[in-house]
Ligand binder design. Sequence first.
Ligand code: 5RP
Length: 236
Amino acid sequence: MKANFEPVQEAKRKAALEAVKHVKDGFIVGLGSGSTAAFAIEALGERMKREKLRVMGIPTSYQAFLLAVECGIPITTLDEHPEIDVTIDGADQITPELNLIKGMGAALAREKIVAAASKLNIIIADQQKKVKVLGENNQSVPIEVLPFAISLVKRKIIAAGGKPVLREGKGKLGPVITDNGNAILDANFGEIAKPGELDAKLKMIPGVVETGFFVGLTDIVYLGTSSAVEKIEKIR
Ligand code: 5RP
C-alpha cells in the first residue's frame, strides 16, 4: 500500500492497523465498507501474506469484495460460515455508549447482517466521528428502502418527526441504488436521545429494509489521530 501522510487518512490507517491485530489464523472475518474499512482490508491482506495466515473474508459490499480480491483475501459467504469471528467496519457517528450511525456508503443492510453474525465487532474511525449524541451536526440517518415503498416510507418518516431526502447518485443520474437493488432515504431527526426506540419504530414501516442505527452491536472502537489510537471498549 502507498504511504499516505494526510492526517485524516493516517488516523484511519492507524485505527485499522490496531483492529487487524485481532485477526488470528483460521478466522472468518467480516469485511466492512468505506474508506476506513478499506485500510483494514489492505492491512489484513498484507498480514496474510507476511504471516501466512489462513483467513476468509465475508464482504459487506461490492466495494469490499473487489478490494478483498485485489488484496488476495479468499471470499466466503454467510451460508458457508454463519458465524463470523471478527468484523472490522467504519462508522459515520460513534457515541460514548458505542452506538452508531452507519450507511453513508449505502452498505448498511449487509453491514448490519454481518455485524449481527459476528462474535466480535470492531469499529474503526478517525476522531471526527466521535459525538455525544447521534444526529448531532445535522447528521442524517440512512434508511434502505424498497423502491416501491419510497413515497409511503417518506410520509411515515415525516410523521415520526424526520426530514427524508432521497439520496442521489454521483456519476450517475437518478437515485443511488444499493447493492441490494434498493433506494436510500437520508432522514434528519435532529439529535436522537433514544436511537434504539427510533430504530424499532422505523423498522415497523412496510418497505424499510434496514436503518443505519447500530445500537448495542459494537464491542470495541479504535479512534485514530495522526499520532495515536484511542481504544474504547463496551461496558459489560
Ligand atoms: C458504509 C458505512 C461506512 O463504514 C461509513 O460510511 C464510514 O465510511 P468512511 O470510513 O469512508 O468514513 O457505513 O455504509
